[in-house]
Each structure stands twice: as C-alpha cells, then as structure tokens.
Design a protein around this ligand. Structure first.
Ligand code: NAD
Length: 256
C-alpha cells in the first residue's frame, strides 16, 4: 500500500482526499490543527518542525505521496504564512522522505485566485523566501484596504514556486513529479458561510465564473489528486492544473 501525508486533512479537500485514498487502500497520515494524526500549526516554525519530526517517526523515513491542502482565506498576513510558507515548509521538509519512497509524487493546492490581481510585494518576498518581508507586505495590503489581495498573492506565489522547484535536481532529478492544482469554487467550510448568503454567492460567482457544472464538491477534486500522486503520472510536473469548471478560460480568455 502507498503511504501518503495530507495537510489540512480535517476538513474540505484534504478530508475528502484522505477518505478517497483510504478507500483505495492507501495508508494516509493526516496533519491539521486538530483531529489529525499529526497536530501542527503550519503557520509557525514550531508546527513545521513538529510536522517534519513526527512524519519521520510515523513513516519510518519513507513516503510515497504528499498532498499539501492546508490553507486559509483571510484578509490577514496569516494567509501568506499558511498558504505559502507552510506549504513550502511541508514540501521541502518531506522531500527526503519522498526521495526514499516508491514512485513518489507531490501536489499542493493553488487556486483560480492565482490569476486574480495580486500584490507583487507579497509575491516577490515570498518567492525570495523572506517570510518577515512577506508578512509585512501582507499587513501593509490589509491596512490599506487591499486585504483581498493577500489570498491571490499566496496562491500565485505557490504556483510559481512549483514551476521553479519542480525542475530542480532535488525534484525532477530525483524522479519526483511536483504539481499544483487550481480549484475554482469548491463547497467546503472555508467558503460555505459566504455561499450561504445571496450577496456572498454573487461575489464569489462574479470572481470565479464556472460555466461547466457550477460549484464542485471536494469529492470531485480528490480523483485528480489521486492521479497526480499515482505511479501512472510519469511525466506531468511543474504544472498548475485548473479544476475550475472553465473559470480560468473565462477570466484569461486566449492568453496562455
Ligand atoms: P477547509 O477550510 O475546509 O480546509 C482547510 C484545512 O486546513 C482545515 O482543516 C484547517 O484546519 C487547515 N489549516 C488551516 N490553517 C492551518 C494551519 N496553520 N496549520 C495546519 N492546518 C491548517 O478549506 P478547503 O476549501 O478544503 O481548502 C483546502 C485548500 O484548497 C486550501 O489551500 C484552499 O486555499 C484551497 N482552495 C479552496 C477553494 C474553495 O473554493 N474551497 C478554492 C481554491 C483553492
């Protein structure tokens, strides 16, 4: 059986993917703030260290797949800490375990919001690995009333990190495909309260138009994550795969 580690496993896409992979017979180690095999706050250095240490102990040093789902969508610097720096710390600290695994693969969750307007100060600081500067830039955005940019910036930055990182000796050279997926609107606790109000739903649908099949359930995202992390995926790497009912095609038109 393959062994996976999934962050954000207690809710939404991470919970649905954990359940889906377990039904296929996989061994899944869940990581979250609560209700998980490893309880860790990926916004903090302490939580990131706990993840790396406990993952090593629970797996005996070998992992076959990592799915980094943990994320928040808040008008707050916490969003860049969890969605970018927490995800990078997860993937980088688990990479040696993947290198020791069988047909290892990794995926992180970006978003259609990665093609929404973003704040270059946040994105550049993130890609430079400067968490303090990224948090300062995010705080400046929030204070100037542009807090909505923080989420899109975190998702644009992680998508660009995946493209840069996937082709390095540590990943491609070690035979480890590394991809992102970019979901449209998925009905999960992250956004359910907004979807439940008419004004909130209209705001979401205006920002993320989904002409094919409308909003998705997290169970409809899990099979894509299963395939990307399966041995069948031999050559897809460095990609950001939109699973968005056509939102990216609507928003970006003919630009590729
Ligand atoms: P969710 O809120 O249902 O699940 C997110 C999980 O991440 C929660 O269990 C939460 O406790 C965990 N988490 C948050 N902060 C954490 C931290 N500091 N340390 C450890 N765990 C933490 O949301 P979801 O919709 O399933 O989101 C999963 C991923 O998908 C996120 O990265 C989100 O940005 C992304 N995404 C969601 C949508 C959507 O429409 N729901 C769209 C695009 C991308």
């Amino acid at each position: 059986a393959r062994t996976f580690l999934i962050t954000g496993s207690a809710s939404g896409i991470g919970a649905a993917t954990s359940a889906h992979l377990r039904r296929q017979g996989a061994h899944v180690i869940g990581v979250d703030l609560r209700d998980a095999d490893i309880t860790a706050d990926l916004a903090t250095d302490e939580g990131r260290t706990t993840l790396a240490e406990q993952a090593g102990e629970l797996t005996g040093g070998r992992l076959d797949g990592v799915v980094a789902c943990a994320g928040v969508a808040l008008f707050d610097p916490l969003t860049i800490k969890v969605n970018y720096f927490g995800a990078v710390a997860t993937l980088e600290s688990l990479r040696p375990l993947l290198a020791a695994g069988t047909d290892p693969r990794a995926v992180v969750i970006s978003s259609v919001a990665s093609v929404h307007p973003s704040d270059p100060a946040i994105v550049d600081a993130a890609l430079a690995g400067d968490e303090e500067a990224a948090v300062d830039a995010a705080r400046a955005a929030v204070d100037s009333g542009a807090g909505a940019l923080v989420y899109g910036s975190s998702k644009a930055a992680i998508a660009r990190w995946v493209r840069r990182t996937a082709i390095t000796p540590e990943w491609a050279g070690a035979g480890i495909p590394l991809n992102a997926i970019a979901p449209g609107t998925i009905a999960t606790p992250m956004i359910q309260a907004m979807l439940d109000t008419e004004a909130g739903r209209q705001a979401i649908d205006g920002a993320v138009p989904m002409p094919l099949h409308g909003h998705a359930r997290p169970e409809q995202i899990a099979p894509l994550l299963e395939w990307l992390t399966s041995p069948q995926n031999t050559h897809v790497t460095g990609q950001v795969i939109f699973v968005d009912g056509g939102a990216d095609a609507v928003l970006r038109g003919d630009s590729t």
